[in-house]
Ligand binder design. Structure first.
Ligand SMILES: [Zn+2]
Length: 382
């Protein structure tokens, strides 16, 4: 990637579907209002412009266009092009709020490069407030890069990938845990790839889990295409969790600083930084009896070896199974729906070494972890 004052250039996305895209109120971002409305033909966002569009990627049962909201901010100064995507899973809302804020808070005058904000990728799933595309339960995050002549979800994924993502230099895809579970705020990244490692480090989350990503996920496909991409996992579905959203916005700003899109901003350092490798110890603790689950860990997502994580009881309280931490670690993910059958995941635990443990305990003392208890991310007490 070019680091020395690259020339600003237009961001071009072509119109691949039958219908024209629409533009939304320009505000005062330097777009001529006469340019708005239905636009046919090639879309171009010139340097110094910020445009808000509804881009058709398919049709619904009424034959009306399925349009995704996209903001493209092309900075006055040249630099890399970064995408931010949310709601590839339709009920994962924290990222939708992050992308709304990213799209709103920066101006073309201050950005050196281009921001491509894909506010809601899977519109049918978002409208239904469910994870997968309705009816056929297709997972958009297994459908990239998609195909023009394939199922509904692959077609939408293809439009998003080809028209927008493929024109970017790097990107961040926002997710939450799936329904009935929650997850600690962390990034997922293929840390063997130095370009991805740079991005993950710049995002400055405390925890980064190593992994190539599933086949057909936006992260794995874009990364394999030379567009370093990380996934951010944050909290639970169906919620806005302000503490986590604020952390993610700081992470985005740090990434923009690292890649010189905001050349005067500092890159953040998260305080402590835990990455895993392929052989790091992380384990899903699973139920081996069925029954009612009382979570006992908390309020902080941190347990010492031997401490109880939860107790499973039968309805008569005749059987009781205490599940304890096999090692000291961070609770990366946890069950929220409090019933279990044998094999159900209860808790995803990541081993922490003594130095990191000391750092985490210091942060707990200082109240840095209190955010997890406030603002609807209670983990335990809700
Ligand atoms: Zn997701």
């Amino acid at each position: 990637m070019e680091q020395s004052h690259p020339e600003p250039k237009p961001f071009e996305f072509d119109i691949g579907y039958e219908q024209a895209y629409k533009e939304v109120d320009p505000g005062d971002d330097g777009v001529d209002p006469d340019d708005l409305g239905e636009t046919a033909g090639d879309g171009v966002v010139e340097p110094g412009e910020k445009r808000r569009i509804r881009y058709p990627v398919g049709e619904n049962y009424l034959g009306d266009p399925v349009e995704i909201p996209i903001t493209i901010l092309n900075g006055k100064h040249g630099g890399p092009t970064v995408f931010f995507s949310a709601a590839i899973h339709g009920d994962e809302l924290n990222g939708v709020k992050v992308v709304q804020e990213v799209a709103d808070r920066y101006t073309p005058a201050e950005i050196h490069g281009t921001l491509v904000c894909l506010h809601v990728c899977n519109v049918p799933a978002y409208e239904a407030q469910q994870r997968y595309t309705p009816i056929y339960d297709q997972d958009m995050n297994r459908s990239f890069p998609g195909k023009e002549r394939s199922n509904t979800t692959e077609r939408m994924a293809n439009a998003i990938y080809r028209r927008f993502v493929s024109k970017c230099d790097l990107g961040i895809d926002f997710h939450t845990s799936t329904r009935n579970r929650t997850t600690i705020y962390h990034a997922r990244a293929d840390l063997r790839n130095p370009d991805v490692e740079r991005l993950a480090r710049a995002f400055a989350s405390n925890v980064v889990l190593y992994g190539e990503g599933d086949e057909g996920s936006l992260r794995s496909v874009a990364t394999a295409d030379g567009i370093p991409t990380i996934t951010v996992e944050m909290g639970r579905a169906h919620r806005f969790q302000p503490i986590l959203i604020e952390k993610a916005l700081e992470g985005v700003e740090s990434v923009l600083a690292e890649y010189r899109l905001l050349p005067d901003e500092p890159v953040h350092w998260p305080g402590w930084y835990k990455t895993t490798s392929a052989d790091s110890e992380k384990r899903w603790l699973r139920a081996d009896i069925g029954g009612l689950v009382d979570m006992q860990w908390g309020p902080y997502p941190f347990v010492h070896e031997g401490e109880p994580i939860c107790t499973i009881t039968d309805h008569f309280k005749r059987t009781e199974r205490v599940v304890t931490a096999p090692f000291t670690g961070i609770v990366v993910g946890a069950l929220e729906n409090p019933v279990a059958a044998p094999g159900h995941p209860l808790c995803h635990l990541l081993r922490i070494e003594p130095e990191t443990r000391d750092e985490i305990e210091r942060e707990i003392q200082q109240g840095e972890f209190d955010g997890y208890r406030a603002h609807g991310d209670a983990w335990l007490e809700e």
